[in-house]
Design a protein around this ligand. Structure first.
Ligand SMILES: [Zn+2]
Length: 168
């Protein structure tokens, strides 16, 4: 026995059992198979995958090519980055706010108790390191290259904590 999902010329779909594929062909040719809804003898095999082919209203099965799995619509892609951008704003936890506060306090403490030397930081740091000037707390700016050089010379320094909204 073989079960076929059939479709009449009015678009009704129904299932019917046949002894074999050949028996189906014979019965359809002799108009022995009729639609249970409209009694039309003009029936043919509906597309396989009846779950997809059939609609609630029993309309004609779609074109086989329409059943091909379609690639993910590229239109949906921009949704993700937008959500990702929105996330950090919405997710500032109390711990994060506390951390930001601590960083700000540390930064204020450092800047209050150290001399600002600006662009001269590498020079001043070097002078102190080699004993040319007295040790004191300083802060200022150093380019990544300068920072690397200082580090290679064994001069200890720490980057000032920078708060995300204070970067310039
Ligand atoms: Zn019908």
């Amino acid at each position: 026995m073989i079960r076929y999902t059939l479709c009449c010329d009015q678009g009704h779909t129904f299932e019917s059992w046949f002894a074999s594929s050949a028996a189906y062909d014979k019965q359809v040719k002799r108009a022995l198979v009729t639609c249970p809804v409209c009694n039309s003898p003009k029936v043919e095999k509906a597309l396989m995958a009846p779950q997809l082919a059939r609609t609630k209203k029993g309309r004609q099965a779609p074109d086989p090519t329409a059943q091909m799995p379609t690639p993910a619509a590229p239109v949906a892609a921009p949704a993700a980055p937008v959500a990702a951008l929105a996330a950090p704003i919405a997710m500032v936890s109390p711990q994060e706010q506390e951390l930001r506060k601590k960083l700000k306090e540390l930064r204020e403490h450092l800047t209050k108790n150290a001399d600002y030397v600006g662009q001269k930081f590498p020079e001043e740091a070097r002078k102190m390191h080699y004993g040319e000037t007295e040790h004191r707390s300083i802060y200022g700016e150093a380019s990544p290259d300068e920072a690397k050089e200082l580090h290679e010379e064994g001069i200890e320094f720490h980057p000032l904590p920078v708060l995300p909204d204070e970067r310039n």
